[in-house]
Design a protein around this ligand. Structure first.
Ligand SMILES: Cc1cc2nc3c(=O)[nH]c(=O)nc-3n(C[C@H](O)[C@H](O)[C@H](O)COP(=O)(O)O)c2cc1C
Length: 236
């Protein structure tokens, strides 16, 4: 019964998916060279395009305890696309603002530094989640899913979330050890939110620490941060 309901929801949402609005925000079309490097080092990547996300999380009502009961690692993912409304809710569950007036998020962070940047790898490109505007910004064109890790689920899953701790926002932690510690702890909350959302939406995911950090840093222009965990997400 639950599967039928989820399927019906997914089909309905897929029909609405075309409403996702696209607009160009950057005429420079800045893309990395073949080796993944950029000419201007240390500059944050500019958005090539913005996709505004529809909010639909209120439509998902799986009780928390049910989602907790269903939470598990699922590596056998399918290739099918996930509707944009579901992706919107996935990103919001991972790291959206649940108290926008206070600029506070669904996941806690030590001293509220909110150090994470959430990247979405898709067939079309790599997007940066903008929680404030509820949108995703295309920052690198092309399919880079396989570059996240050799693990096969990344090549198959339609989307993967890569969580990057931005150490520029963690300057009040004086030592590298402290930054690493708090960034690792904060990653756990985001990862569990992703797991619980997937359990409630009947999607599969796996938290992966075995990722190509150096390649990801190069691809995303990260010079003072750490790609901590990645989550391929898909139907199963
Ligand atoms: C920090 C962390 C890193 C992980 N890294 C990987 C990984 O690289 N590849 C993988 O297949 N599973 C990875 N896992 C998933 C664990 O293997 C999985 O959570 C564990 O086997 C327990 O299964 P469960 O999540 O279904 O309870 C990771 C889990 C955590 C919490």
């Amino acid at each position: 019964m639950k599967k039928i309901l989820i399927f019906t929801l997914a089909v309905t949402l897929a029909l609405c998916g075309a409403q996702a609005q696209k607009k160009n925000t950057n005429k420079n079309n800045r893309v990395p060279a073949a080796d993944g490097t950029f000419n201007e080092e240390a500059k944050p990547l500019e958005a090539l395009e913005t996709i505004e996300l529809p909010m639909s999380y209120e439509g998902l009502h799986a009780p928390l305890l049910h989602a907790m009961k269903e939470r598990r690692t699922i590596r056998d993912l399918r290739e099918e696309d996930i509707p944009i409304e579901i992706i919107s809710s996935l990103l919001w569950s991972a790291y959206g603002y649940n108290r926008p007036d206070e600029m506070k998020r669904v996941a806690p962070s030590a001293v509220n530094v909110q150090e994470y940047d959430i990247y979405l790898f898709t067939r079309e490109g790599i997007y940066l989640y903008n929680a404030e505007k509820n949108s995703i910004l295309l920052i690198v064109k092309g399919d880079h899913r396989k570059e996240i890790s050799q693990q096969k689920h990344f090549a198959i899953a339609p989307v993967s979330i890569v969580m990057v701790a931005n150490y520029d926002r963690m300057k009040l932690f004086k030592t590298t050890e402290d930054r690493d510690f708090y960034a690792a702890v904060d990653a756990g909350y985001i990862s569990q939110n992703i797991y619980l959302f997937c359990a409630s939406a009947n999607l599969g995911t796996v938290a992966c620490g075995g990722i190509n950090r150096d390649d990801i840093h190069k691809l995303l222009g990260i010079t003072n941060g750490r790609a901590m965990l990645a989550h391929p997400v898909g139907m199963f």
